[in-house]
Design a protein around this ligand. Structure first.
Ligand code: COI
Length: 355
């Protein structure tokens, strides 16, 4: 996608930084936001007022359509600090592309490169001291857009707010997770909004996830809407398996096309593994776990990075995955990505976007 527009980005620094209040040795995911945020508004068919301002509340119109009809989308990106202090963002161009695909599906305006990418750069430059440097930490970056027109008729909003907020984070999951295969509730059907990162896809996961939590599982494993026979993704991340000697991830427009998932599949191919995007049935998984063909299973996402799966529950039975230590591919890919993102090795793919 190309956009030649450049936008002037006003910067209004905070008068009172909150940085000294942060305990960087104990970062919880999404608990404390950095000093600044980027905000831009869309009105009268044009983007305007692009600014980095102190993090703070929005004033919202009670009848705005994001609240009533769910025109709201978002992204998840991570920024890292190298040992020499360099700040780098991991593949934000791919998130920008996906953001605009979500926007199109939700009948929202696309956000131009001059706002999304240049805004990201300006924001991270202003808040570079918020990017943590300890192993396992990063700056989580959350671009989002919501419809702001105050009108209760069901139609695309005429006005929108685009914003980027950030927060220093530790691991989203600090240990391997267990998943319950969901065989009743549905995340997305063909032709729906499964591929888009809209707020509603997460709202609808909360109740079935709570039911899975009540049964002792950390997360759910979504299955297809038609038969509940094929694996789709977890509630908070994509899924990747090693079955036999092949690295496999479910595909299709009912799942989110994750940047981490794509990165891992690209690495698998480059490293000479067989890598496939195809349907994976729950039966293939459970049989494969029983006979040892499924040797690795993990969740892949910006927040989750690579999170090993320890156990899968299906129709009242638990299937235990092999010990994490022996998982050759997922440990290798996690280690490689950590080294790359913290600037410890060369970046042959140009994935690090240096600020
Ligand atoms: C991300 O991985 O960035 C996400 O948006 C998932 C969210 C559940 C934290």
């Amino acid at each position: 996608m190309s956009d030649t527009n450049t936008y002037s980005i006003r910067v209004e620094p905070t008068k009172e930084s909150r940085l000294s209040q942060v305990d960087f040795s104990n970062l919880k995911f999404g608990a404390i936001m950095s000093d600044h945020m980027l905000v831009a508004t869309y009105d009268d068919g044009a983007w305007q007022d692009v600014a980095v301002v102190p993090y703070g509340d929005f004033t919202v119109n009670p009848s705005m359509s994001a609240l009533h009809y769910g025109q709201a989308i978002f992204e998840g990106i991570k920024g890292y600090k190298f040992a020499d202090g360099t700040v780098s963002i991991f593949r934000p161009d791919k998130n920008w592309e996906r953001f605009n695909k979500s926007a199109k599906r939700l009948q929202m305006p696309e956000v131009p490169e001059g706002i999304f990418m240049d805004g990201l750069k300006t924001l991270l430059d202003v808040d570079r001291s918020w990017v943590p440097s300890q192993e396992g930490t990063s700056l989580y970056i959350r671009p989002f857009m919501f419809a702001t027109e105050g009108a209760l008729g069901v139609h695309p909003s005429k006005s929108y707010t685009f914003a980027i907020i950030t927060c220093p984070v530790g691991a989203y999951y600090s240990k391997p997770i267990s998943l319950k295969v969901e065989t009743y509730y549905t995340r997305a059907a063909e032709g729906g909004v499964g591929f888009s990162k809209n707020a509603g896809n997460y709202a609808l996961s909360l109740y079935p996830t709570q039911l899975a939590n009540d049964e002792g599982y950390d997360q759910i494993m979504w299955t297809d809407a038609n038969e509940h026979k094929y694996v789709e993704e977890a509630g908070t991340a994509n899924l990747i398996f090693r079955i036999g000697d092949t690295i496999i991830t479910p595909h299709g427009d009912t799942i989110l096309h994750g940047v981490t998932r794509r990165t891992i599949m690209e690495l698998a191919e480059k490293w000479g593994y067989k890598a496939e995007q195809r349907k994976v049935s729950v039966q293939e998984l459970t049989d494969g776990i029983k006979d040892g063909r499924v040797s690795e299973a993990f969740a892949a996402g910006t927040a989750a990075t690579v999170t090993h799966i320890s156990r899968i529950g299906y129709e009242g039975q638990d299937y235990e995955l092999p010990p994490v230590e022996g998982r050759e591919f997922s440990n290798k890919v996690l280690d490689y990505l950590n080294q790359l993102r913290y600037g410890k090795i060369n970046d042959p793919f140009g994935w690090n976007f240096i600020i």
